[in-house]
Design a protein around this ligand. Structure first.
Ligand code: GLV
Length: 324
């Protein structure tokens, strides 16, 4: 008998086909996430769950699904999943590290450059018919080449951003909870305290997971330390930045600009006060959205799911402690 699995959104064809050959697949076929109560109903009799970062996967959901053998998240981050609860119930949780590192680092750099050179404002300026002549002081931005970049979180994606920065001759400072000696030797990045990084950086880019320790890391105190010309880039998770404090910092000129791919709340409503500010760019959480990256993420998540159904160790497991 085929395993019954639930998939919470459309999938690229190849990953779907891979799952359908060995599983009975039920798919939520709308573009918004399935409502929580419906998801709980749907997983009641399932052995596998293929989910996205927009799905809340908590202990109550796991308890409603006594046959659940594996939770496979199609993302590298998994702060939407109660991982400890999964471990306590013997359920492995899969994620998809590695295959989105370059796409995400490319996009962090896209945001950095776009904010530095005010691309959003420039595009609006032309489209709104304001381009009447060339001007010496029109839409002046900031230098990227030779500037100082502060990277908070020197993991896979932080390192990939540092690699890109070397092409722009940037000085790269980093802060992490532990020294990354191999990255220091390979990339020439310098470890410093969070305070030093915030004070010295022209650009601050966030690359940490969302945890209780990193929630609200960028708060009023952090913005007060930053240069008035500094630019904040967030491609990690929205709640790492205190949205109210960011609003004040941008409005009062404590920092110059912010470029966000992730927000709190997410999605950011069109009438949110941050969107009233001219010195902000927001993208709808698309840093890993390239065709190859999303195909590989889906395949990796499918492989995790199938391994879990077979009772094998997941190739990419967020809670390896589940295996004792
Ligand atoms: C995207 O944000 C991911 O965690 O993969």
């Amino acid at each position: 008998m085929k395993h019954a699995i639930y998939v919470t959104r459309h999938l690229p064809e190849t990953a779907l086909y891979k799952l359908q050959t060995v599983c009975d697949v039920e798919i939520w076929d709308r573009d918004i996430p399935p409502p929580y109560d419906l998801l709980v109903e749907k997983v009641r009799d399932k052995q596998g769950l293929f989910c996205l970062l927009t799905d809340r996967i908590d202990a109550a959901l796991m308890d409603a699904a006594p046959r659940l053998k594996v939770i496979s998240q199609c993302a590298v981050g998994y702060d939407n999943i109660a991982v400890t609860a999964a471990t306590e119930r013997g359920i492995p949780v899969g994620n998809t590290p590695g295959v989105l590192t370059d796409a995400t680092a490319d996009f962090a750099f896209t945001l950095l450059m776009s904010a530095a050179r005010r691309i959003g404002e420039a595009i609006d300026y032309v489209r709104q018919g304001n381009w009447t002549t060339w001007g010496l002081t029109l839409l002046l931005g900031q230098s990227v080449y030779g500037a100082t970049l502060g990277i908070i979180g020197m993991g896979r994606i932080g390192q990939a951003v540092a690699q890109r920065a070397s092409g722009f001759n940037m000085k790269v400072l980093y802060y992490d909870t532990s020294r990354q000696h191999e990255a220091e030797a390979r990339l020439g990045v310098e470890f410093c305290s969070l305070e030093e990084l915030l004070q010295a950086s022209d650009y601050v880019s966030l690359h940490v997971n969302l945890t209780e320790e990193t929630r609200g890391l960028m708060d009023a105190q952090a913005f007060a330390l930053m240069k008035p010309t500094a630019i904040l880039i967030n491609t990690a998770r929205g709640p790492i930045v205190d949205a109210d404090a960011l609003h004040v910092a941008l409005k009062e000129g404590q920092i110059a600009y912010a470029a966000l791919d992730v927000t709190d709340p997410e999605p950011l409503p069109a009438d949110h006060n941050l969107l009233e500010l001219p010195n902000l760019i927001v993208a709808p959480h698309i840093a890993s959205a390239t065709v190859p990256s999303r195909n590989l993420m889906s395949m990796r998540a499918a492989e995790n799911l199938l391994a879990g159904l077979r009772g094998e160790r997941l190739p990419y497991c967020a809670n390896p402690e589940v295996y004792g």
